[in-house]
Ligand binder design. Structure first.
Ligand SMILES: Cc1cc2nc3c(=O)[nH]c(=O)nc-3n(C[C@H](O)[C@H](O)[C@H](O)COP(=O)(O)OP(=O)(O)OC[C@H]3O[C@@H](n4cnc5c(N)ncnc54)[C@H](O)[C@@H]3O)c2cc1C
Length: 332
């Protein structure tokens, strides 16, 4: 039997510390309770740790289901993790237990179940590279399904789950249980930090420590004493453009060619070159002082202020470079 609370403030459930109240709020720590909580006639929001959510100041006029299921199981060569597990703690456990490929994804806030939603990634690794399959509840057919990696349709900060947000609830994630002590360093900045070259093999624990140091220096590691971390991480995606558009941009723009020939352009560079400086503010909403892609709450910022700032950045980039930036978090 699930307990339904009413008028629960959502600000304390998000890393931005922003958001009005939920009409209904249900915390679930078993899959059975989660599935029965889904059975209601008002809109539903699935909540993990609220680290990729901008919730309106007016709140959410429906039922918020806060997933708190737990369990990390290594059985029959399967590494199966419950959706409600804390991602960063799981990564520390995984690397300590020899699953070295997880190391570059250390320090990303949130739950395990949210990682496939936007295919989280950092420092040259995306979670989709580590996922074998995802166990979901399909709200349309009311069935529990296991989707293999291909069926999840992973892309850059994208997946089937992001494309059909009303449909799938992630219950568990099955990761590839590959044990390696050393991993390839795929990211220039990380290689520099460790003092090696890109493509070198390095002990996964060393990679993990270096990633955490870099993340802390950019306000990308949660720290209650640092308002630069009161964010959703990157608010903007790096845009993808064609070869033709890329050639019209200044030659110094950081850009990475993709397998299909298109180019991924640094959104941080576009913003910095559209007239914004670190710490730029709209009321209590500001660009991070350490990272141009993060929008932060300096105290009493509202969702409205964050959106005003986000739109201001977007229109400046559009008018300077004719590129439309896309927002990364779920905006309600
Ligand atoms: C400081 C900081 C640094 C960050 N760095 C990175 C980074 O390096 N790389 C990166 O990719 N992201 C990063 N993020 C974004 C964020 O941490 C990830 O997107 C994370 O996976 C969100 O997890 P969550 O549990 O907080 O999800 P929430 O914010 O609670 O939810 C996000 C979305 O997923 C949906 N959702 C959550 N759980 C489930 C589920 N079980 N089933 C179905 N839908 C679900 C929600 O409905 C919502 O639409 C960062 C955020 C912060 C604050």
């Amino acid at each position: 039997m699930v307990e339904v609370q009413t008028q629960v403030s959502l600000a304390e459930h998000t890393t931005l510390h922003i958001g009005g109240s939920a009409a209904e709020f249900v915390s679930v720590d078993t899959e059975g309770d989660l599935i029965s909580a889904l059975n209601c006639s008002i809109p539903i929001l699935i909540l993990g740790a609220g680290s990729n959510l901008l919730i309106a100041d007016t709140g959410f006029a429906g039922r918020v289901i806060h997933i708190q299921t737990s369990g990390i199981n290594l059985i029959d060569n399967q590494l199966n993790v419950a959706a409600g597990e804390n991602w960063d703690e799981f990564v520390l456990w995984a690397v300590d237990n020899g699953f070295g490929f997880f190391a570059p994804l250390t320090g990303i806030p949130g739950t395990v179940g949210a990682t496939p939603i936007q295919n989280v990634g950092a420092y040259g690794t995306e979670v989709s590279e580590l996922i074998e399959s995802v166990t979901v509840f399909d709200r349309l057919t009311k069935e529990k399904l296991i989707l293999n990696n291909n069926q999840c349709r992973f892309g850059y900060r994208n997946s089937l789950f992001k494309q059909e947000p009303e449909r799938f609830v992630v219950l568990q994630v099955q990761f590839k249980p590959v044990k390696v002590e050393q991993i390839e360093v795929k990211y220039e900045e990380l290689a520099k930090k460790i003092g090696v070259n890109v493509s070198d093999l390095v002990d996964a624990r060393r990679v993990l420590a270096a990633v955490r140091e870099i993340r802390a220096s950019k306000g990308m590691l949660l720290d209650p004493t640092d308002s630069d971390t009161y964010s959703v991480g990157s608010f903007f995606l790096n845009p993808r453009v064609s070869e033709d558009i890329k050639t019209e941009l200044p030659s110094e723009v950081p850009a990475w060619q993709q397998q299909d020939g298109s180019w991924k352009i640094s959104a941080a560079w576009l913003i910095a070159n559209s007239g914004f400086v670190p710490g730029y503010r709209v009321g209590d909403a500001s660009i991070s002082s350490k990272h141009m892609l993060a929008l932060c709450n300096r105290g009493k910022a509202t969702a409205k202020e964050i959106m005003q700032l986000a739109q201001e950045v977007r229109s400046a980039v559009k008018s300077r470079f004719d590129i439309e930036l896309e927002f990364e978090p779920t905006i309600l």
